[in-house]
Ligand binder design. Structure first.
Ligand SMILES: Nc1ncnc2c1ncn2[C@@H]1O[C@H](COP(=O)(O)OP(=O)(O)OP(=O)(O)O)[C@@H](O)[C@H]1O
Ligand SMILES: [Mg+2]
Length: 816
């Protein structure tokens, strides 16, 4: 760059005599050398390469004079510029040295001396010659302003040179040594590479020194600003580069330190392990993508970071879930049947329905079928049936107790943003069983709660709905999991409290209680062997005959199921275990006497209770359905002096109250037929009470019992012994069917009832639901009117009444 080259050469002092201001300039004729892209200033040295034919001739024609006029071209691209293509102000220059170059061009050192304005061209070939007027410079007076401007110029120049990596620092010293303001501006202008040719030419064309200083000052100020801006941008870029470099460096150091401590290997190995697990889990594409994304995030985290273990846990959860691992092959119906029979006695209808259901699943494995729901009193084998189904299918078994569950999150998990968040029970259980097709028991759906923490029932809806559960979304996982292979089975003691939409999705299978005979069989085949084993004795050491089992079931338990019975058998076994531990070796035959000894005196005697209570006129025995199976229910009526009021007590619901009113109305309107005199309520108050008074009761099914109690009271005739009944009544005396017949019947039988009165309309139900063995020993009377009820339940002759009394006595006196 010519400017730069020239700047490091100290400009020689001009030997030209200084002209005083105002003196008329001399006009001279000089050869004109056009130059491209550069401007020669007075006092500056410019090395020029001269290649143009005309210019070479110009240089060669120079004699002693050695004076030329250097003028910049207006357009650098012009090869043979005419007079109009050149600026009108140039610089008179002395040619100091000419060097011939190998390629015919010349290398010429010129030194500028004065500004000159071109006037007339005197020659254009072979090169231009022109007349020119020397421009005199008007040196300003050295006012403080000029001095300040000059110092500023120097300072700015020094600053620019100091900051520039390309400009030599010598320039700063030279600038300091120049006193004349005009020369200083020319020096500065010729030294700075960033000034354009046009800007330089303008400065050349400004002979007024003050104006020139001002102009240069502005150019420098602008340049300084540009420079500062550049520095700022540069340092910003550098800062950000440095920051990331610093982070990188620190992280590398940290890794090195961890490696020294033996930590890094662990975390690296850990993430490799996770990667392997993810690959092995065979997840759906989207889930895998998410898992790998999280794994990538984990890799960039420090193991010390708070998020690290959270992210790691999450990945671990994704990786260990059985996305596509299933255990079940085909359903083998014969094997399933054998399994169910092996584990459970009886329950024929229930097993049939389970097998039907499984058969459909076998034929249509992707079936979107209803969910099974076992309903029945406690201890009848609902939970254990579920377990048995799992065994029959060769699937894993998993169970959640919904009893008292209030929080939706328990089922569906918490979002990951919560501290200590975990997946819900559904996902946790799937992880535990490690397969995606277990038998999943949702125990006690009827005891599901709901409050401000959300409604678990609605979460269950999603789980149980075959249309939705293939994309079950746990809050923690936040990825859809396919639950459609899971076999869900719900259990409940009653259906009243199960939310209707849930009920809608379930196939209800009723399990009723067992009769004494069934309990004995279950005990013989299942409970006794299990308890013997569990208590560490053998079948050779104890024998519990059927009669004793029946005795225990009848007199020590009062339940529809067999749970208590099993506990008592356990107690008996433990007594024998103790005897053996104390040294006895003989086999124990558990007779009734032994039972009394081990379990204490008889706890339950329903038959004597019934007898005892019905000794008095005004008491009748009804049958009730309860979530725990069925039970017998006493209705007592009493009459006292009064004004025809009716009092009803015993925690009775509205429907039952109304049915009492109806009973009374029927009795009053049929008083004559019943052999009662006049208005039975004229001088008396009636009171009907249903013990046990603390348990709430409702429903219309005690209608017949109430009529019976009233008629028995008013006719002063005790009802026949061991007779129980159920049925709704109408005012015209018809008996209507009621529900829960099977449970009620079994409860009656358990209580030792011998005659049961039922509405005629339930006859088909009874014949379908109850087996012959179950009905054995009980006489069923089907009735359609109250008259027929009374015909069965009240004695009609003195002889019958006498007989009844005798029967009662024998029952009550039978000591056990
Ligand atoms: N028919 C049966 N054959 C063999 N064992 C039975 C039968 N019914 C019940 N059991 C046994 O009775 C016990 C209690 O049954 P289980 O726990 O399944 O009752 P549950 O119906 O689930 O009661 P809950 O409603 O209280 O949960 C179990 O040990 C079970 O094996
Ligand atoms: Mg259960």
């Amino acid at each position: 760059m010519p400017g730069e080259f020239l700047s490091i050469i100290q400009p020689s002092d001009s030997k030209e005599p200084k002209r005083a201001a105002g003196e008329s300039p001399a006009r001279r004729t000089l050869p004109v050398l056009p130059v491209r892209d550069t401007v020669l200033f007075p006092h500056a040295v410019l090395p020029l390469t001269v290649g143009r034919e005309s210019s070479v001739q110009l240089i060669q024609s120079l004699g002693e004079e050695k004076q030329i006029l250097v003028v910049a071209q207006r357009d650098a691209r012009q090869d043979s510029p005419g007079p109009t293509d050149l600026h009108t102000v140039g610089t008179v220059a002395t040619v100091h040295k000419v060097v011939k170059m190998p390629n015919q061009s010349l290398f010429v050192f010129t030194e500028g001396t004065e500004r000159a304005r071109l006037c007339e061209y005197t020659q254009t070939t072979p090169f231009h010659c022109a007349e020119c007027d020397i421009l005199t410079e008007s040196e300003p007076e050295l006012t403080p302003e000029v001095e300040a401007l000059q110092r500023n110029l120097v300072a700015q120049f020094q600053q620019i040179v100091g900051a520039s990596p390309t400009l030599s620092d010598d320039l700063q010293a030279i600038a300091l040594n120049i006193d004349e303001p005009g020369r200083l501006t020319d020096f500065v202008a010729s030294s700075l590479p960033f000034l354009s040719t046009m800007e330089k030419q303008e400065l050349l064309e400004t002979p007024d020194v003050a104006a020139r200083m001002d102009r240069v000052h502005k150019l420098l100020a602008k340049e300084l600003e540009v420079q500062q801006l550049r520095n700022k941008i540069q340092s910003e870029v550098q800062d950000s580069v440095q920051q990331s470099q610093r982070d990188f460096y620190l992280r590398e150091q940290l890794k090195a330190i961890q490696k020294e401590l033996g930590d890094l290997d662990d975390s690296q190995k850990d993430s490799e392990d996770l990667k392997e697990k993810i690959d092995a889990a065979d997840m759906p594409e989207d889930v895998k993508k998410e898992a790998l994304k999280e794994l990538g995030r984990l890799g960039r985290m420090s193991p010390m970071a708070a998020d690290y273990s959270l992210t790691r846990n999450y990945i671990e959860w994704l990786a260990v879930l059985p996305w596509s691992k299933s255990s079940g092959g085909e359903v083998d119906i014969a094997k399933a049947k054998a399994c169910l029979d092996e584990d459970h006695y009886g329950l024929k209808k229930v097993k049939e329905r389970i097998l039907d259901y499984l058969s459909v699943r076998r034929l249509k494995p992707d079936m979107k079928g209803p969910i099974l729901c076992f309903v029945g009193p406690p201890g009848v084998g609902k939970t254990s049936l579920g377990r048995s189904i799992a065994r029959a299918l060769g699937r894993k078994f998993s169970r959640i107790s919904l009893g008292g569950m209030h929080d939706e999150a328990e089922l569906r998990g918490h979002r990951r943003t919560y501290i200590g968040a975990l997946p819900g029970q559904i996902i946790q259980n799937l992880k535990r069983v490690e397969t995606n097709d277990p038998v999943f028991m949702l125990d006690e759906v009827d005891k599901l709660g709901s409050d401000f923490r959300g409604d678990p029932a609605s979460a269950l809806l999603e789980v149980l709905d075959p249309e939705q559960n293939n994309t079950f979304r746990d809050n923690y996982l936040d990825q859809p999991f396919d639950l459609s292979h899971v076999l869900f089975i719900c259990t409940a003691n009653q259906l009243d409290t199960v939310p209707a939409p849930l009920l809608d999705r379930m196939e209800i299978i009723d399990l009723t209680g067992y009769t004494e005979e069934e309990k004995v069989s279950i005990a013989e085949q299942y409970l006794v062997p299990r308890q013997i084993k569990e208590n560490g004795i053998t079948a050779e050491q104890i024998e519990i005959p059927a009669a004793s089992l029946g005795f225990i079931a009848r007199h020590y338990t009062r339940e529809a199921g067999v749970r208590k019975l099993e506990q008592l058998i356990g107690t008996v076994c433990r007594k024998q275990a103790r005897r053996m531990a104390e040294g006895s070796t003989d086999k124990l035959a558990v007779t009734e006497a032994v039972v009394r000894e081990f379990l204490g005196g008889i706890k339950v005697r329903v038959d004597t209770e019934i007898d005892e209570r019905t000794r008095r006129a005004g008491v009748a025995v009804g049958l009730a359905w309860t979530p725990a199976g069925g039970d017998v229910l006493f209705i007592e009526a009493s009459r006292m002096q009064g004004k025809g009021g009716l009092t009803i007590t015993g925690q009775i619901g509205d429907v039952m109250k109304e049915s009492m009113q109806a009973a009374l109305t029927w009795v009053r309107s049929n008083a004559a037929k019943l052999g009662l005199n006049g208005d039975i309520t004229r001088d008396s108050d009636l009171h009907i009470h249903v013990p046990a008074g603390a348990i709430p009761k409702d429903g219309p099914s005690a209608g017949v019992t109430m009529v019976t109690a009233l008629v028995s009271l008013l006719t002063d005739t005790p009802v026949r012994p061991l007779t129980a009944m159920t049925g709704e009544i109408t005012l015209s005396g018809n008996v209507l069917p009621v529900g829960g017949i099977k449970e009620k019947f079994l409860a009656a039988k358990r209580a030792g009832v011998r005659d049961v009165i039922l509405p005629i309309d339930v006859k088909t139900n009874v014949e379908e639901d109850l087996t012959k063995e179950q009905m054995e020993g009980v006489i069923i009377h089907y009735v359609s009117t109250i008259e027929s009820v009374l015909a069965v339940v009240l004695p009609h002759t003195f002889k019958e009444a006498d007989d009844d009394r005798a029967v009662r006595e024998t029952i009550l006196s039978a000591t056990l």
